[in-house]
Structures are given as structure tokens and as C-alpha cells.
Design a protein around this ligand. Structure first.
Ligand code: ADP
Ligand code: MG
Length: 298
């Protein structure tokens, strides 16, 4: 088999990693609250980082919606909320026929996406609103209605992303942090369609690097939003460079391997509630300021 050429990392001018990042000299393209989606191989650290990220953003004063699109539980734990179902209930969704007679679904009359978020999410410490897709179970019809309701919220957020104001305007102020299932096409075209920036979480391990590379390739082909990498569980200085070289993605943040995160996981509590001075919290704090300073708009 011919060797697969590894593209040299492309670094956009003005989008350099680091706490005092050159982002500030980038084109002033930021126009709204942070909207990010975490993707990557299972176990890479998406949920752990997303939970800390969402709460720190909320501490900064943002109104934060955390979206858990992964049927495997994770985000509720890292946010520190009881892991109960927080999906959209079936009664919030109605069926209708579009112009061509196709059956479609939408939030019921009188319920806009912003109101649905307020009604059906769970509030975490620091005031993050968590909405979960929820697992696929129960009466088939009911479950799919709930999923249709979740999709309706993603649709409304996507409309908003393209700077067309949501018809009600109720979503404009929400920052959104998505925890997406690992996978191939879906992150970019499906679950991540609300995001302005997709953050690919990559460990400096061969399997994780390969997954990161595949996701980067997909991002190239797609009219995907801005896609960058986060090197997670780094143990030495060369690790972030390795992630950048092997994925071809620009690494905008580095999160060190942090035993406190392991301990939080073992106890089933949020890292922020266990040790808010830990190295991982410090690293995610830098990530929040990097992205808040200039999140590119597409
Ligand atoms: N920076 C880190 N340092 C130490 N452990 C980490 C770090 N990030 C994640 N972990 C651990 O790695 C495992 C997988 O993390 P998780 O966030 O559940 O991954 P994902 O959501 O991508 O599947 C968990 O045990 C978590 O505690
Ligand atoms: Mg997870």
C-alpha cells in the first residue's frame, strides 16, 4: 500500500496557539457568542473538556447551552448535574406536512427554540443549561418525537449561525457547547451544524492521531465550519506538535494529562467541583479566552 502523505500543518496567520495568542490580530470577524462542538474518538476527552469549558464560559457571564448529542453519557457528569434524561418531551413536538406533502416535525405552535431550551434543560452549577439527545429507548414513536424536537433546536441554532436572525430572536444570546458522538460525517453535517468552530480533541496516541487525521480530511471536503484541534492528555512538550503534524490541524489548545480529572471521573463528580486549581482547569481557562477573543464566523 502506498504511504499516505501527511500534509504539513497549515497555520492561519493570526490563529496561533498559546495564552497570549495572536488571535487578537486576526481579522475582526467575531460576531456573537461562542458556538463550539467537541468531536473526536471515544475516550479522547470530549466530555471532560466540554463540561469544564461550558462552566467557565458561564462564569465569564455567558448564557450557555450545553448540548449532549452523544448517546453515551458523559457531559452531565463533567458538568456536575445528575445524569437524568433532559431531552425534549414528545408533547413539545408536532407533525405537519410541508408544501410537497412530506411529513415533517417541528416544535409545537407557540413554542420557540429558546423557550424549549428554558423549559426542558437541566441547570448545572454555574448556570449552564444542559439538553440531552437522550438514549434511544422506550416507545419508538415517542422517542423519535423527542429526537425530532432536539433536531428542531439544532435547526434553529444553525439558522442563527448564518447570521440570519432566528425568527423570534430568542437564540441570539446563547453560547453553545456541543459534546458530539465520535464518528465520521455526522459531526460536521449533522450534530455539529450549529457550531462556528469544531474542536477536534486528539490524544497523542496512534489511534487518536489517526482519528484526528480522518476528521480533518472530512472537514477539508465539507463546507464545514472552522476546524481546529485540541491536544489532550499531553505529557511532554512535543505532544502538541505531534498532534498538529499528524492531523494537519492547527492546535489551538493543549490540555495536560491531569490526575485530578481521573479522580473526578472515578468519583463521578465535576472536575471544577473537586479541584478548580488543577492544570486541566487552567488549560481550559486559556482555551475559553482564546475562543472568546475571536471565534471565527462563517
Ligand atoms: N486531560 C486529562 N487528564 C487525565 N484524564 C483525562 C483527561 N481528559 C480526559 N481524561 C479521562 O479520559 C477518559 C475519557 O474522557 P471522556 O471525556 O469521557 O472522553 P470522550 O467524551 O471523548 O469519550 C475519562 O476517564 C477522563 O477522566
Ligand atoms: Mg463523552
Amino acid at each position: 500500500m502506498p504511504a499516505v502523505p501527511i500534509a504539513a500543518p497549515t497555520i492561519e496567520p493570526g490563529l496561533q496557539p498559546g495564552p497570549d495568542s495572536g488571535l487578537r490580530s486576526a481579522e475582526p470577524s467575531y460576531g456573537g457568542p461562542v458556538r463550539v462542538a467537541f468531536v473526536g474518538k471515544g475516550g479522547a476527552g470530549k466530555s471532560s473538556i466540554a463540561g469544564v469549558f461550558a462552566r467557565l464560559l458561564a462564569r465569564d457571564g455567558a448564557q450557555v447551552l450545553a448540548l449532549d448529542s452523544d448517546p453515551m453519557p458523559g457531559l452531565a457528569y463533567s458538568l456536575g448535574v445528575p445524569n437524568r434524561e433532559t431531552g425534549i418531551p414528545a408533547e413539545a413536538v408536532e407533525e405537519y406536512e410541508d408544501d410537497s406533502g412530506r411529513r415533517r416535525h417541528r416544535l409545537r405552535a407557540g413554542l420557540d427554540a429558546g423557550a424549549a431550551i428554558e423549559l426542558y434543560s437541566t441547570v448545572s452549577p454555574d448556570g449552564v443549561r444542559l439538553l440531552q439527545l437522550g438514549k434511544t429507548r422506550g416507545v419508538k414513536g415517542e422517542n423519535s418525537l423527542s429526537h425530532q424536537g432536539y433536531q428542531a433546536i439544532l435547526d434553529a441554532l444553525q439558522k442563527q449561525r448564518s447570521a440570519e436572525p432566528d425568527s423570534t430572536g430568542s437564540l441570539a444570546d446563547w453560547a453553545v457547547v456541543g459534546d458530539l458522538p465520535g464518528g465520521t460525517r455526522q459531526p460536521f453535517f449533522g450534530w455539529g451544524r450549529f457550531a462556528r468552530t469544531i474542536l477536534v480533541v486528539v490524544e497523542p496516541t496512534p489511534a487518536s492521531l489517526l482519528s484526528g487525521r480522518r476528521l480533518a480530511r472530512l472537514a477539508e471536503k465539507a463546507s464545514a465550519p472552522h476546524v481546529v484541534a485540541i491536544a489532550n492528555k499531553t505529557r511532554e512538550e512535543a505532544d502538541a506538535d505531534l498532534v498538529q503534524a499528524r492531523t494537519g490541524l492547527q492546535v489551538i489548545g493543549e490540555v495536560p494529562f491531569d490526575p485530578a480529572q481521573r479522580e473526578a471521573d472515578r468519583r463521578g463528580v465535576a472536575l471544577l467541583d473537586l479541584d478548580s486549581d488543577s492544570p486541566m482547569v487552567a488549560a481550559v481557562t486559556r482555551l475559553v479566552s482564546t475562543l472568546s477573543a475571536k471565534e471565527p464566523v462563517r
